[in-house]
Design a protein around this ligand. Structure first.
Ligand SMILES: Nc1ncnc2c1ncn2[C@@H]1O[C@H](COP(=O)(O)OP(=O)(O)OP(=O)(O)O)[C@@H](O)[C@H]1O
Length: 359
């Protein structure tokens, strides 16, 4: 079932927490809400769930407007970071709970509930712990039980708020992949709140980047990374080198370097401009020809197949470059060496618009 949000606003007193949100989550998609702390992710999720009211705007599940429907009527499954399991109930009873409290007319028989709970527990690989109590489980196991509990009532929508936030990095990574598999097996539509870029990039079909109560951009991880709409998305997603410059007579000017406008990319507006170059978009050479800038190497880290080189340019700005290990082996760059950097791609944002320049 799809989710559609139209012109949604939410204020807490004078504070405008969500500003004119428009969003479409297609049926069957796994979509992440990603953004810095306080940007409104949880508030939006809670409003969709029916746990929080909004001031104006519309929320549709499929074709149906649900703004006036209760949490129960919306029938979504939730998993929260600290969605405590019922402590006095076994794992089995926790998962069965949602089915046992259904109205009599909808409630499956005892045998059917037992079959469904065991099926779910097998899927989250915890059937062997069905008789345990929550305090006997690890954090990762508890979150898997919480997910099984949310899925027990066969929701069409699954809302997850930092479900793995409290777990250590290794367990988080395992559970991410596993969440992606479960999402597909259950054929649900999932909306996940996270502030972890890697998590969002790894498991989402689409990412909604939010900032200060607004949606900045929606797209696949690759689209957001390769073609960000604005400076915020560029800086928020992945590492990037930033240079201040200006547009003069159609050229981008950064320090002593000038790049001409590419006519098919549209007209650049005269005035100040910010240029962004990702670490892998710089190449390092010992020859000055065609280079954007000269810099001195101050650190080299070999990270398996990738080598990270940190440099200072002539203004003292720190610049990060990533290159394949083979390239480093072939050239044997040394600490303290002066080298030349040439970008393969620059994203340029002028005050009026965004232009994207490919060399
Ligand atoms: N009940 C409330 N009363 C007043 N302000 C609130 C309330 N709930 C949230 N806010 C404010 O609304 C803004 C958005 O909060 P929200 O929890 O949605 O952010 P978030 O993006 O989920 O942040 P985090 O990643 O830190 O959880 C914050 O500035 C927060 O202080």
């Amino acid at each position: 079932m799809s989710i559609t949000i139209k012109n949604l606003n939410k204020s807490f007193g004078d504070f405008h927490a969500l500003q004119n949100i428009n969003l479409q989550v297609p049926t069957g998609a796994l979509v992440s809400l990603l953004g810095p702390s306080g940007c409104g992710k949880t508030t939006l999720l809670r409003i969709i769930a029916g746990l929080e009211t909004h001031n104006n705007g519309e929320i549709y599940f499929g074709e149906q407007e649900v703004s006036n429907k209760s949490v129960r009527e919306r029938g979504v499954g939730f998993v929260f970071q600290n969605y405590a399991l019922f402590r006095h109930m076994t794992v089995f009873d926790n998962v069965a709970f949602g089915l046992q409290v259904l109205p009599k007319s909808q409630r499956p028989s005892k045998a059917d509930i037992a079959e469904r709970v065991h099926e779910l527990l097998k899927m989250v690989q915890l059937d062997w712990l069905s008789k345990s109590y929550p305090h006997q489980l690890s954090g990762g196991q508890r979150q898997r039980v919480a997910l099984a509990r949310a899925l027990a009532v066969k929701p069409k929508l699954l809302l997850l708020d930092e479900p793995f936030g409290a777990l250590d990095a290794k367990v988080r990574k395992e559970l991410r992949q596993w969440l992606r598999d479960i999402h597909h097996e259950f054929n649900v539509t999932s909306l996940l709140v996270t502030h972890d870029q890697e998590e969002a990039l790894e498991i989402s079909d689409q990412i909604v980047v939010m900032n200060h109560g607004k949606v900045e951009q929606v797209g696949s991880g690759a689209a957001l990374y390769d073609a960000p709409d604005n400076a915020f998305v560029t800086e928020f997603l992945g590492e990037v080198n930033r240079f201040e410059g200006y547009i003069e007579r159609g050229d981008l000017v950064i320090g002593n370097f000038r790049y001409p406008e590419v006519p098919q990319q549209g007209k650049w507006h005269e005035g100040t401009a910010t240029a962004y170059i990702r670490p892998h978009e710089f190449s390092i050479a010992r020859e000055a020809q065609g280079a954007m800038l000269q810099a001195q190497i101050h650190h080299i880290s070999v990270l398996g197949p990738i080598v990270r080189v940190s440099l200072y340019d002539q203004t003292g700005q720190d610049i990060e470059v990533m290159m394949p290990h083979q390239h480093h082996q072939a050239h044997q760059f040394k600490l303290g060496e002066q080298v030349y950097l040439t970008p393969s791609h620059i994203s340029v944002f002028t005050q009026k618009d965004m232009v994207d320049y490919v060399i």
